[in-house]
Design a protein around this ligand. Structure first.
Ligand code: NAD
Length: 498
């Protein structure tokens, strides 16, 4: 059986804890590899290695750090298809979708290539007599990232690319469910010229994470995953004096106004609701048609589309989506569907019994569509993270604004309308972090920031874009007087620029 260890000091090393987790093939349900779960002392060793490597990396000028990123991009481009195949073999997303996962990561590496420009400070000449005032951004030291299973290329790149470009050393703890791509990315970075020890990957579970959370040498932690773990990491990391940003779960609504282009809205719902088997933090899981007529028109077109979704193995490039990552998640999603029926929602399309010929033990599930879902139901309140779309009928626009605004999650939201006034009002008032107008998955591009509100995000700064540079650096402000020999005698009052 293939064993996946860790990546420390520029090379792959075997795990020493004797503990492993299974890495499954989601198409067949078989175990395809074992990933090592690091013990406390292994994580401490990786931190020591990173701490040793960091000062020289920080002293490498930003242009040279950028050159490593450029070279890394080149290597990722050369291996794009192999990386995508590896990713989909562990995650279960289709090959084209796996390529999208890598592409959205690459875009943040491209952003990080601009680091000489992004790190520029401010300078005020002549702030006082012979006095200049300026600010500089310096790296934090050793920082860490803990990432989820659903974007095993994109999210690690969102984290380590800006952190490394800023001059930090990095410890990545990827998801134990699909660790192979993050390990390969670390190797490619070293091939691109990143000095050994600057990026280390430790695979593991709570023991590894808790070591990162409590070790004083880790200065900042970035997390992406489910909300209960996000909250735990945020509170524990902050209590241990670290800078922390955590991004959690979601329940993304898509509002369909009576004047919306119904074909466009249905296409958007099918892609955003069922793509990647719904395993996306920006998946649309709630459709909100406004008015009875809109709901009827929408469902008339939507039901046959859900019934005819093409579900296939991750190797089928024509499939709309592939298997779910694990049997455990598949069972959990089916339980949610059972609970929706018990709570009185109307299941219009039932994908629970779906079986794919030749892949009977794979983690496949057909698309499910609920109508008449209400805000008190579990299937509305909680994140399902599967191919299940709930229709909540709103009687008017005000109710449609209220639903996502009052939900405990606030990651993404979309409105479909032809009316600019409505779109503008919605964009301004809705209490959600990322908004789409006639755009179902509004994941901002790399040079803007990504982050949800309410219980979808903990911490002050978002991911990528300018916030990433703020998160991974500290500002130093310098007041300098030249010529240094100016004599004014001792001053006992607070200095002012007279
Ligand atoms: P998860 O919370 O189970 O795991 C995320 C990471 O935390 C993994 O590395 C895992 O090993 C670690 N972890 C799990 N349990 C832990 C514990 N008890 N103590 C310490 N660490 C622990 O999430 P997942 O299932 O891998 O990913 C899916 C979730 O991620 C969904 O809720 C999804 O919405 C969310 N997500 C959010 C965003 C965002 O930007 N808001 C993006 C992608 C995914």
């Amino acid at each position: 059986m293939r064993e996946i260890g860790h990546f420390v000091d520029g090379k792959r090393v075997s795990g020493a804890s004797g503990r492993f987790a299974d890495v499954f093939n989601p198409n067949t349900g078989e175990v395809q590899a074992k990933v090592a779960l690091a013990k406390h002392s292994e994580v401490e060793h990786a931190i020591a290695v990173a701490e040793r490597a960091q000062p020289a990396w920080a002293a490498t000028n930003p242009q040279r750090r950028a050159r490593v990123m450029f070279k890394f991009l080149d290597l990722v481009q050369k291996e794009f298809d192999e990386l995508a195949r590896l990713l989909s073999s562990e995650h279960g997303k289709t090959f084209p979708d796996a390529k999208g996962d890598i592409q959205r990561g690459i875009e943040v590496v491209e952003f990080a290539c601009g680091i000489p420009n992004l790190l520029k400070g401010e300078f005020s000449e002549g702030a006082g007599p012979g006095i200049d005032l300026f600010s500089i951004r310096q790296p934090l030291g050793v920082v860490a990232g803990i990432t989820p299973f659903n974007f095993p290329a994109m999210i690690p790149m969102w984290k380590f690319a800006p952190a490394l470009a800023c001059g930090n050393a990095y410890i990545l703890k990827p998801s134990e469910r699909d660790p192979s791509v993050p390990m390969r990315l670390a190797e490619l970075l070293v091939e691109a010229g990143l000095p050994a020890g600057v990026l280390n990957v430790v695979n593991g579970d709570k023991e590894a994470v808790d070591t990162l959370l409590t070790d004083p040498r880790i200065k900042a932690i970035g997390f992406v995953g489910s909300t209960p773990i996000a909250e735990y990491i945020y509170t524990t990391g902050c209590a241990n004096g670290k800078r922390v940003q955590c991004f959690g779960g979601a329940k993304n609504h898509m509002i369909v106004m009576p004047d919306a282009d119904m074909d466009q809205a249905v296409d958007a719902l099918i892609g955003a609701g069922y793509g990647s088997a719904g395993e996306r933090c920006m998946a649309v899981s709630v459709a909100v048609p406004v008015g009875v007529k809109t709901a009827d028109k929408l469902l008339e077109k939507l039901v046959p589309r859900v019934e005819n979704l093409r579900i296939g193995p991750s190797t089928d490039a024509q499939a709309d989506y592939g298997p779910m990552v694990t049997r455990a998640l598949l069972d959990k999603v089916k339980d949610y569907v059972d609970s929706g029926i018990k709570e009185g929602a109307k299941l219009l399309v039932d994908g629970r019994g779906f079986k794919l010929q030749g892949y009977e033990n794979g983690n496949f599930m057909g698309g499910c569509l609920f109508d008449h879902v209400t805000p008190d139901m579990r299937i509305y309140k909680e994140e399902i993270f599967g191919p299940v779309l709930s229709v909540v009928r709103a009687k008017d626009y005000e109710e449609a604004v209220r639903l996502p605004s009052e939900h405990e999650y606030g990651n993404g939201v979309a409105i479909f309308t032809r009316d600019g006034d409505t779109a503008r009002d919605f964009t301004s008032r809705v209490q959600v972090g990322m908004v789409g107008v006639n755009f179902a998955i509004p994941v901002p591009l790399a040079y803007y920031t990504f982050g949800g509100w309410k219980r979808s995000g903990f911490g002050d700064l978002n991911q990528h874009g300018p916030d990433a540079i703020r998160f991974y650096t500290k500002t130093k402000t310098v007041t300098a007087r030249w010529p240094s020999g100016t004599k004014e005698g001792a001053e006992f009052v607070i200095p002012t620029m007279k």
